[in-house]
Design a protein around this ligand. Structure first.
Ligand code: FNR
Length: 379
């Protein structure tokens, strides 16, 4: 009722409520290059479509008369209690979206008690982002650099800056075929955006003949030569385990056999994701992959998911199909484009309110206890 009681909002700068309107407003404020970089996907974007279609196949079957007066959105992960099952997905180069970039998004997350996952490809350094967040929960997303010492240095820096888990993204050993970026001839990294974590890293710097300040072009060239590591295999995970004491989650798992391998190699969590349809065109929708991955993993480690979360009902469906938490990506970035920190806060606040109401109206009371009994599949 709080939501409805405060309406109509007299604020002339009223922010959107509807996801599609956030996207439309972001389109208006961003140039083609940055907008297409955020909103676009790999190839013909069929994976992006599949992500949204997957949610439509599942319907919630609400239960009645179950006393839903008080609800609990909290979830437990790796011994921490988090306020809700939402996290902010790791997204690089946020400076192309808003001048305050990651600092704005991280502050909004902190305020909404939504853990922020800092991307390796952030414009701001992982230390600056940590400083902006105070004691608020944060995880670090690792792009596994070809130079093992740079990778180890990132892990150490994350641990020293109060990050409490490492998300190793596996689906990006190289950038995919992204038609819109190719058409726009737009890749932020080549203009030096999103490489701040590397250019400030002592090991990365030690590899350069001249400092990035003296010779930025050579520093970026070195980054392009070391970003991504297509030669990695499952055995290489030992290296990450040897270099951090934090829980390790693998992001980008879609195949149940990979989920089993993740378990065999002793990781602490899995994130089912197809990178928002930005890597493999024609891939399975992430929600379609979730049940089989959860079945392969059982209760042994947490399974999170992203790619297509837009509204509260999407979160309910993902949790009911076995996810322990979900990552919110593009919706927050459209919020950032439209209104900076305030925009991200608004998107998260709305999604939390929507989630709380949808849980209650489905006849449920706890985010952590949802299961598939509340869903039916309709093709
Ligand atoms: C991403 N994503 C991503 N993932 C990651 O592990 N490291 C990164 O640096 C980035 N960068 C990035 C940039 C942009 C512009 C987007 C849209 C996405 C993927 C992200 O974490 C998440 O998997 C997707 O955003 C989920 O899809 P939706 O729900 O946003 O469509």
């Amino acid at each position: 009722f709080k939501v409805y009681q405060t309406m109509p909002d007299p604020d002339p700068d009223r922010l959107p409520v509807v996801y599609e309107e956030w996207e439309k407003r972001a389109r208006e404020v961003l140039e083609d290059g940055p907008y297409d970089y955020i909103a676009g996907g790999a190839g013909g974007e069929s994976t992006m479509d599949a992500n949204l279609e997957a949610f439509k196949k599942w319907k919630i079957v609400p239960r009645m008369l179950r006393n839903v007066e008080s609800r609990d959105l909290k979830v437990e992960l790796f011994g921490h209690t988090y306020a809700s099952p939402l996290m902010l997905a790791p997204i690089g180069v946020q400076s192309i979206i808003h001048p305050d970039g990651e600092l704005a998004a991280a502050k909004a997350s902190a305020e909404m008690e939504v853990p922020y996952i800092t991307s390796s490809a952030s414009t701001r350094t992982l230390e600056e982002i940590a400083d902006a967040m105070g004691d608020a929960p944060r995880w670090f997303q690792l792009y596994w650099n070809k130079d093992p010492e740079v990778t180890a240095s990132f892990l150490k820096r994350a641990e020293n800056s109060g990050y409490s888990a490492i998300v190793v993204t596996l689906d990006t050993p190289m950038m995919a075929w992204r038609e819109k970026d190719l058409k726009n001839v737009y890749l932020p990294f080549l203009a030096g955006e999103g490489v701040g974590n590397y250019l400030s890293d002592p090991i990365f710097r030690s590899r350069l003949e001249k400092t990035p300040e003296e010779d930025p072009a050579s520093a970026i060239m070195h980054w392009t030569q070391t970003f991504g590591n297509p030669g990695l295999t499952w055995e290489d995970l030992t290296f990450i385990k040897e270099h951090t004491n934090l829980p390790i989650l693998l992001k980008g798992i879609l195949h149940p056999e990979d989920a089993k391998l993740a378990l065999e190699h002793g990781v602490d969590g899995i994130i089912v994701s197809n990178h928002g349809g930005r890597q493999v065109d024609g891939a399975l929708g992430a929600l379609d992959a979730l049940p089989e991955v959860c079945e392969a993993v059982g209760d042994q480690i947490p399974v999170l998911m992203d790619s297509g979360i837009r509204r509260g009902a999407d979160v309910v469906k993902a949790l009911s199909l076995g996810a322990d938490a979900v990552l919110v990506g593009r919706p927050c970035m459209y919020g950032l484009a439209v209104a900076g920190e305030r925009g991200v806060r608004e998107v998260l606040q709305n999604m939390l309110a929507d989630l709380d109401l949808t849980i209650a109206l489905a006849g449920e009371t706890a985010a952590g206890e949802l299961d598939s009994s509340v869903l039916r599949k309709s093709e």
